[in-house]
Each structure stands twice: as C-alpha cells, then as structure tokens.
Design a protein around this ligand. Structure first.
Ligand code: DC
Length: 226
C-alpha cells in the first residue's frame, strides 16, 4: 500500500532553499512533509544534552532508535517536540546544525533513522526534504529534485535570515560553517550528499523562490502526469 503513495524527494546542501520549496509544495498539493534534517538536528540536540560524544556510534544509534521525537502539525508552523517539549528554536542554532552534520555521518545512526523517515510516506503523498531522500530513503520516488547553489549565495541567504531574527552573525563565519558542513555532507562514506541519477538539478544561485517553485511544479506535473 505504502509503495504506491507518491513521493517528491528534494535534496541539496544547507541553505539552498529546500525548506521553503518543500513547504510550498506540501501546501500546494496538500501532501505530508518530512523535514529529515530536523530529525538529525533533534538527535544531535539530545546527544549534546545527554553529553554523548558526537562520534560514539553505538550510543548515538541507541539514542536514535528510541528518540522521543514528534512533530506537532496542528498549527500552520510545525512544532518539533523532544520528550514532549518544543525544541523548534533550539534545533536551529549553528551549534546544533554542526552537531547534526557530525552524527549524520555515522552509518548506524542513519540506519536507525531509516524506518522513522519512511513512515512519513502516507496518502495522499509526501514531500521529503533532505540530503539522501532520492538516493537512499525513497529510491523509488517518482519525482526527484536536487537544488544546488554556490556556497557564497547560500551564506548570503542564511545571513539575511539570521538578521531578520535579530541575530547578528558574521558573514565570514557563516560561510566557513556552510563550507565545512557541505564538505562533511558531500564527502562522508555513507549516504553522501549527491544528486540521484534520475534527479532534476536546479541551480538556484540566481533564481527567486517563485522561479524555483514554478520550475518544480512544471517538472512534477510532467512526471506525475497531473
Ligand atoms: O537540512 P538541515 O540543515 O536541517 O540538516 C542538518 C544536518 O543533518 C545536515 O548537515 C546534514 C544532516 N542531514 C543528513 O545527513 N541527511 C538528511 N536527510 C538530512 C539532514
């Protein structure tokens, strides 16, 4: 039954606009949304709080298997709950993002989180946001999109987002953090960030959010014969 539920798999590096695109697509089709990065972020936050070393693969995999994580979708803005407490803001810090990228490089951790992600595949459809949605988690997804953009333009966008939240980060630090995270995500041996061979690649460097949305909708309509 699950097999026939369609999935739009959207992958790409940090700050490329996947979150915005996936939210817009999920709203447009009234489909479910999987923010897989949030799962890795909650795991990292939990590890930091329990003082588990970020390279302790066994303990982290155990933590991942039993992670008391839920998504509260009752309001327009989805809340991420750890142990029933709202951690939506805590998981968005640069520290947690960096830690998420570290725990995400561990094979046993990724295996432990696989089924939890696949369980999001519910009718009428799923928009899945991540790094390995098209290459590992939903290899049979009928639509795969890979967003890319230069590290510089992604750092600029991230800087703007932070400024809107009154957070005064330094551009050089953001660029360095994005570059380090990319390198780790692209060069890890397990589920490295890369486009699936059957993915549409969109370079968003000089595109508006609307342009990316329009291109995606055109492609999705063709693939799903809508
Ligand atoms: O998308 P994000 O920035 O919230 O993801 C945080 C980290 O989690 C990112 O550096 C890499 C990792 N991640 C992953 O390895 N696989 C995914 N499917 C999603 C995220």
């Amino acid at each position: 039954m699950n097999k026939i539920v369609p999935v739009i798999a959207v992958d790409g590096p940090s700050g490329v606009g996947k979150g915005t695109l996936c939210q817009a697509l999920a709203n447009h089709f009234s489909w479910h949304l999987l923010d897989s990065g949030a799962i890795y972020r909650v795991l990292a936050l939990s590890a930091l709080r329990h003082q588990i070393a970020l390279d302790d693969e066994n303990q982290l995999a155990q933590l991942a298997l039993n992670l008391p994580l839920t998504f509260d979708t009752s309001e327009a803005e989805v809340k991420v709950l750890l142990d029933g407490l709202d951690v939506s803001r805590d998981i968005r810090t640069e520290e947690t993002g960096g830690a998420a990228s570290q725990v995400a490089s561990l094979n046993q951790v990724r295996r432990a989180l696989l089924q939890r992600q696949r369980d999001f595949r519910q009718a009428p459809g799923l928009v899945a946001d991540g790094r390995d949605m098209g290459t590992v988690v939903f290899t049979d997804a009928p639509v795969k999109i890979f967003l890319d953009a230069s590290a510089h333009s992604r750092a600029e966008r991230r800087m703007k987002q932070l400024q809107e939240k009154q957070n005064h980060a330094k551009f050089a630090e953001i660029l360095q953090e994005i570059t380090a995270r990319d390198e780790r995500d692209r060069n890890r041996t397990v589920a490295p960030l890369k486009p699936a061979i059957d993915a549409l690649i969109i370079d968003t460097t000089s595109l508006s959010i609307q342009d990316v949305f329009n291109q995606s909708i055109t492609y999705i309509s063709e693939k799903l014969a809508l």
